[in-house]
Write a new protein. Structure first.
Length: 121
C-alpha cells in the first residue's frame, strides 16, 4: 500500500471526524420553506381559494376546494407567487383542506338483487 493511503487512514483512526466534517452539503441547503420565507404565499393562497372553497355542513372543520393542485399553482403564479404543486399540497394540508370523497352509487341494491338470484327457491 502507498504511504498517501495509510497516513490519512491513521489520522482518521486517531481523531475521527465530526458529523459536520463528514457532511458534504448543508442540511436542507440552509433554505427555509417557501411558506416560511415570506407570508405572501399563504395570503395569496387564501385569496385564490376564497371563492372556490366548499365544506361539509355537518362537520365545520372539513373543507375542500374544487381547484386542482396545478390550477392552484397557476393562479398563485399569476398573483406573483410561483410555487410547485408540492408546496400547494403542503399548504392545503396546513390550511386544513382535505380531499373530497367521491359519491359513488350505493351498491347495496345490486348486492340485494344478486343475493336474490343466488338464494335457492
Amino acid at each position: 500500500m502507498r504511504r498517501k493511503t495509510i497516513q490519512p487512514g491513521k489520522s482518521e483512526i486517531e481523531s475521527p471526524p465530526t458529523a459536520e466534517e463528514l457532511r458534504l452539503h448543508p442540511k436542507n441547503g440552509d433554505r427555509k420553506a417557501a411558506e416560511i420565507a415570506s407570508p405572501d404565499p399563504i395570503d395569496n393562497f387564501r385569496i385564490v381559494v376564497k371563492d372556490h372553497t366548499a365544506g361539509d355542513p355537518m362537520l365545520v372543520a372539513v373543507k375542500w376546494t374544487n381547484l386542482s393542485r396545478p390550477q392552484l399553482g397557476k393562479r398563485l403564479a399569476e398573483l406573483g407567487t410561483p410555487v410547485s404543486t408540492n408546496i400547494v399540497t403542503r399548504t392545503l394540508w396546513n390550511e386544513s383542506f382535505r380531499r373530497r370523497k367521491r359519491n359513488e352509487p350505493c351498491a347495496s341494491t345490486q348486492i340485494a338483487t344478486c343475493s336474490l338470484k343466488i338464494s335457492p327457491s
